[in-house]
Design a protein around this ligand. Structure first.
Ligand code: PGA
Length: 252
């Protein structure tokens, strides 16, 4: 099973999100994409409408964030209960934009992952180094530390995915070298196995790459030990989405 996760961030209106979801649905209904797990992650405001369009399509609905508790005086937050009610299957947690612009710490990401998993949501945890950390040769240490901070021995591995997203590669048009992504994917699996002691189950945890993926390079990041990609910019337009789907369809 290969993964394509579309992170639409706050780039599309509700109407635009609906139109793009319809386009994706038309594509999957006219091509055999059974071996491709497509998860569309619109903004929270568009979840309900996009969910209706995806219903019965084989594609899944994803969210871009979740609160760390079910009910609390947390103005503006979205509970895991809401996501479940909306038919959300997966949620991106700890994206570097949440860490940078909303002050999310490893500890908060850890609690969000726990909250999501407790409600049966799939948690797509983002990890990745900043440019200065890479320049100091700290990439793998940062990635391992972020995994360690978020996952614990009891974490439900069957609902977990980890996306390696180097911060400097996001939205820049410059993806990481595929070999570097492979090194980090192996480090993530190794760290998961150390934390949980479940080496066999860890092999099944999807490890994704994200950062300037598009239709031209998606296949470089969609083979073992990687299981697919988390795509921002290229997934936010009809043309970009189509190019991604066509490239992936060619290897199914
Ligand atoms: P990008 O974003 O594809 O625009 O680099 C990826 C992400 O932020 O998940």
């Amino acid at each position: 099973m290969k993964y394509l996760i579309a992170n639409w961030k706050m780039k599309l209106t509700i109407a635009e999100s609906m139109a793009l979801a319809r386009e994706a649905r038309e594509y999957v209904e006219s091509h055999d994409t059974a071996d491709l797990h497509i998860i569309l992650c619109p903004s929270h405001a568009a979840l309900s409408e996009v969910g209706k369009i995806l219903s019965g399509s084989g594609m899944s609905l994803g969210a871009q964030d979740v609160a760390q508790v079910d009910r609390a005086s947390l103005t503006g937050a979205t509970s895991p209960l809401h996501l479940v009610e909306l038919g959300v299957a997966a949620v991106i947690i700890g994206h570097s934009e949440r860490r940078a612009y909303f002050g999310e710490t490893d500890e908060l990401v850890h609690h969000k992952v726990k909250a999501a998993l407790a409600h049966g949501l799939n948690a797509i945890v983002c990890v990745g180094e900043r440019k200065e950390e890479r320049d100091r040769g700290e990439t793998e240490a940062i990635v391992r530390r972020q995994v360690r901070a978020v996952v614990e021995a009891e974490t439900a591995l069957e609902k977990l995915a980890v996306a390696y997203e180097p911060v400097w590669a996001i939205g820049t048009g410059t993806p990481v070298h595929p070999e570097d992504a492979v090194v980090q994917a192996e480090a993530i699996r190794d760290e998961l196995a150390k934390i949980t002691g479940k080496a066999e189950e860890v092999k099944k945890v999807p490890i994704l790459y994200g950062g300037s993926v598009d239709g031209d390079n998606v296949l470089l990041f969609t083979h073992s030990p990687l299981n697919g990609t988390l795509v921002g910019t290229a997934s936010q337009s009809k043309e970009g989405m189509r190019a991604l789907l066509e490239a992936l369809h060619s290897i199914l």
